[in-house]
Design a protein around this ligand. Structure first.
Ligand SMILES: [Zn+2]
Length: 323
């Protein structure tokens, strides 16, 4: 099945080297209430994103997955413009974030008042995938959902159910956010509803050092996100490398996707400049290629194994089990 990108459908073999979790723009709900923050300038944001994409192209990448859900400032006009100007593959998302940090005040009200709310949410995801995002017209190629701290809330389960139904109806895969735990529960919930495990990425698994947790998800048939390289909390890059080498011992590298969870443009002004400056020292979408891959090679991983995580694993995820 062709994959929706912001420049139109492509086949899985055309993905090339892919970073599976990088953001062009993010705005945490509430950003628009900060009238003291610099007003977002569409032209400036596009320019910053184009520069970043050109850097990735020069380094041999041809695709990013931007899994920003609808309620974290997703801007389809901007994504479309960046993709048009660069010719780069940007696979972007439809979906909703977790209850704690997402747009839950709005959707909880819908759930409380509309007896058809579950269908309405599923239809929203399906309509965006099949007909494009209102205004921009471009079509999402992935569904993004998430949990935060336990328990897996009723709200999140309703969102997961709508996402599962939309994924089954359209064949579009799912990628998730986790806060260290609950990934195995997410996987069990989605597969019980009929989503093939091979079309699920459990995000941010590298924030956990629990090898058994990683292997439960791998053995369940899903992909695990080592998608926060360069974010030195709650674990260092060295700890993430250790976990990856342990997965290699168990022959599990075929289930790992690689990324950094960078944000090119933030809406609002959430972080003081000193914190951003420190953060930016390591948090760049080429950090894996420049800094982590050489360390993996020193630890014994081959170039072919590294390239396979960047090329073959994304292709299998988007292409279905046989892709
Ligand atoms: Zn993210």
């Amino acid at each position: 099945m062709p994959i929706n990108t912001a420049n139109g459908p492509i086949e899985a073999h055309a993905l090339g080297r892919t970073l599976m979790h990088e953001h062009l723009v993010i705005g945490m709900p509430g950003w628009e209430s900060d009238s003291q923050a610099p007003a977002p300038d569409f032209r400036d944001m596009v320019a910053a994103c184009v520069d970043r994409v050109e850097e990735l192209k020069a380094a041999g990448f041809s695709t990013i997955l931007d899994p920003c859900p609808n309620d974290l400032g997703r801007n389809a006009d901007l994504i479309g413009e960046v993709a048009t100007r660069t010719g780069f593959n940007v696979v972007f998302a439809t979906g909703l974030y977790n209850e704690h940090h997402g747009g839950s005040p709005y959707w909880n009200m819908v759930f409380a008042t509309d007896p058809d709310a579950d269908k309405r949410l599923c239809d929203l995801f399906v309509d965006e995938i099949q007909n494009g995002v209102r205004g921009a017209g471009i079509k999402p190629g992935v569904i993004k959902i998430g949990t935060s701290n336990p328990p897996f809330s009723d709200y999140e389960k309703r969102v997961f159910k709508a996402a599962a139904m939309a994924s089954i109806a359209t064949g579009v895969p799912i990628t998730t956010h986790t806060d260290i735990v609950l990934g195995d529960e997410q996987l069990a919930f989605l597969t019980a509803l009929g989503v093939p495990a091979s079309q699920i990425i459990i995000g941010h698994c590298c924030c956990s050092g629990d090898h058994d947790y990683h292997m439960r998800i791998v053995d369940g048939g899903a992909f695990i996100g080592f998608d926060r390289f360069g974010i030195l909390y709650p674990r260092s890059d060295e700890q993430r490398i250790e976990s990856l080498m342990r997965l290699r011992q168990d022959d599990a590298l075929g289930s790992v996707i690689i990324s950094h969870d960078t944000v090119c443009s933030w809406l609002g002004d959430m972080f003081p400049p000193a914190i951003m400056a420190k953060f930016n020292l390591t948090h760049h979408p080429l950090h894996f290629t420049r800094t982590i891959a050489p360390k993996l090679k020193t630890a014994g991983m081959s170039e072919a194994e590294i390239e396979s995580m960047l090329i073959d694993n994304p292709r299998r995820y988007f292409g279905g089990a046989g892709g």
